[in-house]
Design a protein around this ligand. Sequence first.
Ligand code: SAH
Length: 254
Amino acid sequence: MSDPSIAPRIRFVLVGTQHPGNMGAAARAMKTMGLARLVLVAPEKPLDEDAFRRSAGAEDVLGDAPVVATLADAVADCTLVLGCTARARRVQLEELLPTVAAARVAAKAGEGAEVAIVFGRERTGLTNEELQLCHAAVHIPSDPAFSSLNLAAAVQVLAYEVRMRLLGDAATPVVEPGLREQPASHEQMESFFGQLGETLDEIEFHKGRAPESAMRKLRRLFLRSEPSEQEVRLLRGILADAQRMARLAHGDKK
Ligand code: SAH
C-alpha cells in the first residue's frame, strides 16, 4: 500500500443493520481488503454469535466497532461522506460509480481528512434525511430490475475499489499472467515463418493462389499473439510432423 496512514482514515458506517450476521460479514469483507474501521449506527439487534461467526476471522474489526446513536454522530469529524444506495437517482445528489467514489475517498484521506462510506438498512436502505448528510451518493450499477445487493456484498464492492485505489501502481501486475515465459525473438519468429512457408508448399496448400497473401495474413496473426519461445517450439513441432507426413505421402505416390 502506498501510504499506510490512509486506510485508517477511511471508515465504513452501517446504519440500522437488521441482521447481526450482516455486520459480521461486512467486517470480514473489509478486513480482506485491509480496512479495519467499522462504525455501527443503532443496529436493530446487538452483535451476537451469528455476527462473530460470519466475521470468520475479522472478530477484531467487529469487536472494535463503536456503536453510536445516529449517522450524524458517526460522521461528525468527516469532511467527505458518501452514501451507498441500491436505487439509482433517488435523491438530488451527485451519483458516483464505486471506482470514482473510491478515487475521491482515497484522495481526501490522502490529504489527511477523515472520510466515511455509509450503508443503509437491509429492508429500506438509507432514509432521505440520512442521504442529506452525504456529499454524494454511490450506486453500484446493478441490474435495475434487481438492484439490491446483500449489505455485506455492497461493502465488499466498495472495499475492493478502495483497496485498488490505495494499491495504485502496485495493483498492476508486472507480468501478465500467461506471459511469464520468454517471448519469442524476431529471429525465432522469422525461422518459424520460414518453416511455415515451406510446410504450406509441401502440403500443397496454395493450389495456384499467390502464397504471399496467405503468408501476410498468417504473419499478422502470429505476430499479434506474441507467442513465447515454448509456444513457437510447439508450433514448429507440429509443422515438422506435417512436413514428415507430406514427404511420406509424396513417397507413397511415387
Ligand atoms: N431495499 C433497500 C436495499 C438495501 S440493501 C433499498 O432499496 O435501498 C442494504 C444496503 O446495501 C443499501 O442501503 C446500500 O447501502 C447497499 N447497497 C445494496 N445494493 C446497492 C447498490 N446496487 N449500489 C449501492 N449500494 C447498494
